[in-house]
Design a protein around this ligand. Structure first.
Ligand SMILES: [Zn+2]
Length: 97
């Protein structure tokens, strides 16, 4: 099973806590144990891909209708009504069924 790295959007850039030089691109567990903000290079050496979040500075992109539709159908398939409501947000469910 492929590891799917989560993505988080943060308001301000972070500096890599390993080299203290580059802009961080991951918030990840290190091989040594503690979590740290890491740049690509430090992450490739020190980061654990099973416990990592890719960080992107700025606002998340707008979700497309395809994204909403996919999440909605996945929630319905799982019988998760709360997740279905989250997927729809303030849109009308009839647009996607
Ligand atoms: Zn670094």
């Amino acid at each position: 099973m492929a590891t799917r790295i989560r993505t988080a959007y943060i308001p301000d850039a972070r500096t890599c806590q390993m080299c203290d030089d580059e802009e961080a691109t991951y918030d990840a567990k290190t091989h040594g144990g503690p979590w740290a903000y890491m740049c690509d290079e430090c992450y490739s050496c020190e980061g654990s891909p099973r416990n990592a979040t890719r960080i992107i500075v700025g606002d998340p992109p707008e979700r497309t209708d395809d994204d909403i539709s996919r999440d909605l159908y996945a929630a319905i398939a799982a019988g998760d009504f709360d997740a279905a409501e989250d997927a729809i947000g303030d849109r009308d469910i009839s647009e996607f069924l």
